[in-house]
Design a protein around this ligand. Structure first.
Ligand code: MRU
Length: 351
């Protein structure tokens, strides 16, 4: 397949069709095609089924999606509009529980409605459109800044390991954990990148390995259980991962398997960096124990990707989509504001 994935937009608004346009990530890497989503049900399902996924991209999609909901609310009365808009945000907010960017983006959109009570409904709709596009543009700018800060922590030729996909496909551009890779690649840094395949949904194999190799980077795919070996071999200088929610004490939820990588990195003395836009930091969640972890269907473990079922029928399956990396294992959290090593202290001051 010759589609240039990097020229495609992860999330976009099509005004003429009144549609949220996303790359269907469940079909990658074999087929890169856009989906045009028009109804709230379609958007909810696309988020739930990971057709659009990755914390910032979920926020971008929800913002555009809820703007489309506002276009469908057929009233000129502010109270009726605000009530129905609120019901629509509540609905979209139930699509996935762990990435805080979903509720963060929906809250930002709701505040537009709340703060413009005196304006006409067409004016409010127009402000909602501006805000949705602003959220997406900010995502691009923030990822670039995260990449620039991350670049101060690496040297040309280093071995970098990442888990899941915190890449361009998880954001509007650059990714969070991969921003350092894209910016370093532009500077000729020749990183040796290792991508964990990331069981059970294979975001590392299907998405990270795909987008980084499409960009011309030196990327090697490994099974999750090989991370220890490549670290022991001395091939990994630094780990960069994304995240779905950072608690006030610095504990960070990310794709299942991330905390194991952090434990290995600690064992081998390798810096472990969590890349997080400040929208992913949730000061209302005290610790990682308070983060709701999404549980997903057993078939993702027993059946998906296999030609036939690879586990006994009826077997108990535990399939949490995320885990929490304890803050003690995190060398620094990299946000658009910089590299934060004393994050628990910094976050406490912000509260
Ligand atoms: O279940 P997913 O694919 O949405 O999980 C994505 C991750 O865990 C990412 O690492 C995280 O959202 C950060 S994306 C910049």
């Amino acid at each position: 397949m010759n589609t240039n994935i990097l020229a495609m937009e992860t999330v976009a608004l099509d005004d003429s069709e009144r549609a949220l346009v996303i790359i269907d990530q469940t079909k990658l890497p074999n087929c890169a095609e856009y989906l045009h989503l028009k109804t709230q049900g379609e958007i909810w399902t696309a988020i739930r089924e990971l057709q659009v996924r990755g914390a910032p991209a979920i926020g971008d999609a929800a913002a555009i999606g809820i703007y489309l909901a506002a276009l469908e609310i057929d009233t000129e009365d502010y109270d009726t509009f605000a009530r129905r808009f609120h019901a629509a945000t509540d609905y979209l907010n139930t699509s996935r529980p762990t990435a805080v960017n979903l509720s963060w983006a929906l809250n930002r959109m709701e505040s537009i409605v709340r703060n413009n009570e005196g304006k006409s409904i067409p004016e409010i709709r127009s402000l909602l459109r501006d805000e949705a596009l602003r959220i997406k543009q900010e995502d691009i700018d923030i990822c670039k800044k995260i990449g620039e800060h991350s670049l101060t922590l690496v040297k040309p030729g280093m071995g970098l390991l990442t888990h899941c996909n915190a890449g361009q496909l998880a954001t509007a551009k650059y990714g969070t954990a991969t921003a350092v890779m894209y910016l370093g690649h532009q500077k000729g840094y020749n990183f040796k990148i290792y991508a964990d395949e990331t069981r059970p949904l294979l975001q590392g194999a299907r998405l990270t390995a795909y987008e980084l190799s499409a960009a011309g980077m030196d990327v090697t795919l490994i099974c999750d259980n090989m991370a220890s070996t490549v670290m022991k071999n001395g091939w990994i200088d630094t780990v960069f991962v994304g995240c779905d929610r950072v608690a006030a004490n610095g504990d960070a939820a990310n794709k299942i398997g991330t905390s194991g990588v952090a434990i290995l990195a600690k064992h081998y003395g390798i810096p472990f960096y969590v890349c997080a836009p400040s929208s992913t930091i949730d000061l209302s969640t005290p610790t990682g124990r308070d983060i709701q972890i999404e549980q997903r269907p057993p078939e993702e473990v027993t059946d998906m990707w296999y030609e036939e079922r690879m586990a006994p029928a009826g077997i108990n399956v535990y399939n949490p989509a995320f885990d929490v990396t304890d803050h003690e294992l995190i060398t620094a959290i990299i946000t658009e504001d910089g590299v934060i090593t004393d994050f628990a202290h910094v976050f406490t001051r912000k509260q």
